[in-house]
Design a protein around this ligand. Structure first.
Ligand SMILES: Nc1ncnc2c1ncn2[C@@H]1O[C@H](COP(=O)(O)OP(=O)(O)O)[C@@H](O)[C@H]1O
Ligand SMILES: [Mg+2]
Length: 296
């Protein structure tokens, strides 16, 4: 492993890189487990908590928007956050990814508190969020966009470019990501000229370019047709196969088919967390949310 890491704020970038260089997310997971040992395990459930929110509050001025959220994401699960408009779902994502700081409470990623850290640092620690931390450059090709995302992971430093082998490695990784995103055909198309759903795919890809273990997607299917939604759900399923996913989605068919667990956020508080069946059957959820806005 001779890829230089210029930034190692989280102290774990080397592990990340090793995982990625192995060419699959399983390598990443192995490195990840080795780094964290048993400390973060939850022996009761036999499952490891990868992201944990405890007593998280967020106020804007006088108004409390997030009112004491406790939430634990289990490694490898797909976890949907549902709730009415204005409930605070996007705010919660902003708090986790570092765009906003909680007024109080803790957010822990792999046993380290991350609340108040910069988005860039949290991203380096293995958490990526589409739409907010990613920038698509419309005047550059799909390939160039993704390559930039991958380069950002390695760190942009001059020395890096001196080694031809490294440039080749970046190109190979970019091609691999293109294939995973099913965007090979659009490799040289300017990002700004992609179809709507292809742009969304590219945005998800830009988040994945950092090889995150935890991925946050905020309404990735918004504005899509039925066909585009089905396509994108398939893509998300495939791309998050070995990652932990937290997704905000309004389409209940998508939520219940994609998620292992669902949490319901109403007026800044989580009123229920459970499997899709448990959430469907939960009377409080039906009254507060499902019964009023959607039929299930
Ligand atoms: N930066 C901000 N300043 C003030 N109020 C905000 C800010 N961001 C969000 N809000 C308010 O917080 C509430 C929750 O918003 P949001 O998290 O976007 O909800 P959701 O994503 O669930 O629809 C809304 O009432 C919104 O107006
Ligand atoms: Mg929102």
């Amino acid at each position: 492993m001779n890829v230089p890491i210029v930034e190692n704020a989280a102290g774990n970038a080397a592990g990340n890189t090793a995982g990625h260089a192995a060419g699959n997310a399983a390598g990443s997971t192995a490195g990840h487990a080795a780094r964290n040992g048993a400390a973060a395990r939850n022996p009761a459930a036999g499952a490891r908590t990868v992201l944990e929110l405890a007593g998280v509050h967020k106020s804007f001025g006088e108004t409390e928007i997030i009112r004491g959220v406790d939430l634990a994401l289990i490694e490898g699960e797909r976890h949907a956050i549902i709730g009415p408009n204005g409930a605070g779902k996007s705010t919660l994502f902003h708090l986790i990814s570092g765009q906003l700081q909680p007024t109080r409470g803790t957010i822990t990623l792999d046993g380290r508190q991350i609340q108040g850290l910069e988005p860039r640092v949290i991203n380096r620690m293995g958490l990526a969020r589409s739409f907010q931390i990613t920038n698509i450059f419309p005047g550059h090709s799909v390939f160039e966009n993704l390559r930039f995302g991958i380069l950002r992971r390695y760190g942009l430093q001059y020395n890096f470019w001196r080694r031809v082998a490294r440039v080749r490695r970046i190109t190979e990784e970019t091609e691999q990501l293109l294939e995973e995103l099913r965007l090979l055909k659009s490799r040289d198309v300017l990002a700004g000229e992609l179809s709507y759903s292809e742009q969304r795919s590219l945005e998800i890809g830009m988040a994945l370019a950092s090889d995150p273990r935890v991925v946050l997607l905020d309404e990735p299917m918004a504005g899509m047709s039925r066909e585009e939604t089905d396509y994108t759900v398939g893509l998300i399923r495939q791309l998050t196969a070995r990652r932990t996913l937290m997704i905000v989605e309004h389409d209940m068919d998508v939520v219940f088919s994609l998620s292992d667990r669902v949490s319901v956020l109403v007026y800044g508080q989580i009123i229920a967390t459970g499997t899709p069946d448990e959430i469907r059957a939960n009377r409080q959820v039906q009254e507060a949310y499902l019964g009023t806005e959607v039929s299930v």
